[in-house]
Write a protein that binds this ligand. Structure first.
Ligand code: NAD
Length: 453
């Protein structure tokens, strides 16, 4: 079937009202959970073929995430979907006011390749929990994971409700010409702009989950051991191909040498190697070439080796970096970690303020004033104090960008709200109607209204 026909069938199906029933939503959430569990090995094999990602990393950063999402919605669906009573102002007495969470209808989810299961299925789960029909277009770059999702979902879900559409740029361009009720896109800022423009043609609301250069600041007041250990883990997880990975470090000058040594120690301790369980390959030769061109050999503190055949790049730390270096001009999205030193904390914050608003920001310190300044002064999608990456694992926190790192957010109740229209309904009693607002107007009526309002 052509994708246009599938979308039309989803529009028709949505109009039947079936997806609005909580029992229907729960039935399919449970079905998806069971399919993910029973096909876990297919998912592991596919992602391993795509970029050598291990079972351990795939379970902790992908499968467990989506299973938790499903559990969250199964547990909380009733309270999330319940109309919310709010107070009614004086002029609307005698009346009752409620906010109804209503599904938008037909959703398009466009996924990225770096966490292909989580970034495709997490929004799909929120969309169906909120009562929508959905077409998912995963990233073609992680081809095997795309095929595994389309096979498992398309064989088990009615296409008029949930459908996985395989394809790359051409297919996405075609999809974007069609009218959806909401588009949820994860990917680069460049493609985000293309999606936003296409959506504007139909006045379709969008969520754009984009990237950017996410800084981590380490001051002399930090627990340096913990900071180094957590940063090495968060940066080299998925070989740095993580949207919220610390992109670059700003390290207070007085502790720089000591801190660089600690980073080196943990990289060695974690045993990241070309064939190791704990390391991932670069997704393709295009990205591999882009990344090795960012390595300034004169500035390597640690690492710098690579193997093109295996698409392996060693965890690499670069020092003596400043804002003019090539590596500071674009999001790195790979296992290269530039380190910039600073003398004054406020100058470091001001330097971040001069850049585009990042998707994430991190601060390592035990100083209260530094923590307050970080939270108050900087604008970023989300972040952590004394950790990296982990904020997105708390589904009580919204996950999304700000400015050029994105529009909108999801996870937990925020995901449900993202895929729901907040419909306001005021219900009035049919008695006790004062004549004051009705024509003909008079000075006396106006003076009463002035007292009221
Ligand atoms: P991408 O923008 O190249 O691709 C994302 C999706 O857009 C894919 O499904 C792809 O098929 C489609 N696409 C690509 N070019 C297109 C075009 N010209 N027209 C229409 N569709 C097109 O991104 P990517 O390489 O998959 O992911 C890397 C980027 O995504 C990084 O910038 C990263 O920071 C960001 N990212 C953000 C998040 C987040 O949650 N905020 C998560 C992961 C990745």
């Amino acid at each position: 079937m052509e994708i246009e026909q599938i979308l039309q069938s989803q529009r028709d199906f949505f109009k039947t009202q079936q997806t609005k029933s909580l029992a229907f939503r729960k039935m399919y959430l449970e079905k998806l959970r069971n399919l993910i569990i029973s096909n876990e090995n297919i998912f592991y094999e596919a992602i391993y073929k795509d970029f050598g990602k291990s079972k351990f990393d795939t379970f902790t950063t992908e499968i467990s995430f989506i299973l938790n999402d499903i559990e969250y919605y199964l547990k909380n669906l009733k309270s999330l979907a319940k109309p919310q009573k709010v107070s009614t102002n004086l002029v609307n007495q005698l009346g009752k006011s409620k906010i109804h969470s209503e599904p938008f209808g037909n959703i398009l989810v466009i996924g990225a390749w770096n966490y292909p299961y989580q970034l495709s299925l997490s929004p799909v789960i929120a969309a169906i929990a909120a009562g929508n029909c959905c077409i998912l277009k995963p990233s073609e770059i992680a081809e095997n994971t795309m095929k595994s999702m389309s096979m498992i979902i398309n064989e088990n879900f009615p296409p008029e409700y949930l459908y996985v559409y395989e394809g790359g740029i051409d297919e996405t361009t075609e999809l974007l010409k069609l009218k959806f009720d909401k588009i949820f896109f994860t990917g680069s800022t460049k493609v985000g702009k293309i999606v936003y423009k296409a959506a504007a043609e139909h006045l379709t609301p969008v969520v754009l989950e984009l990237g950017g250069k996410s800084p981590a600041i380490i001051t002399k007041n930090a627990n340096l051991e913990i900071a180094a250990k957590r940063i090495v883990w968060g940066k080299f997880l998925n070989a740095g191909q993580t949207c919220v990975a610390p992109d670059y470090l700003l390290v207070e000058e007085s502790i720089q040498e000591q801190f660089l040594e600690m980073l080196r120690k943990y990289i060695q301790q974690f045993k990241y190697g070309p064939d190791s369980e704990q390391y991932t390959m670069i997704i393709n030769t295009g990205n591999f070439q882009r990344l090795i061109n960012l390595i300034d050999k004169e500035k390597i503190y640690f690492g710098g080796n690579y193997d093109e055949e295996k698409l392996y790049i060693e965890p690499t730390i670069l020092h003596h970096i400043d804002g003019n270096d090539q590596i500071m001009q674009e999001e790195i999205f790979g296992p290269l970690l530039p380190v910039i030193s600073f003398k004054n904390y406020n100058t470091a914050l001001n330097a971040i303020l001069e850049m585009k608003k990042p998707l994430a920001a991190y601060l390592f310190t035990n100083n209260t004033e530094e923590k307050e300044n970080f939270t108050q002064k900087l604008s970023f999608g989300g972040g952590c104090i004394n950790d990296v990456v982990m904020h997105l694992s708390n589904d009580h926190l919204p996950f999304g960008g700000v400015g050029s790192s994105g529009i909108g957010n999801y996870h937990g109740k925020f995901g449900f709200e993202t895929f729901s229209h907040q419909k306001a309904v005021l219900e009035k009693a049919t008695w006790g109607e004062p004549n004051i607002k009705y024509p003909p107007y008079s000075e006396k009526k106006l003076s009463w209204i002035k007292r009221f309002l």
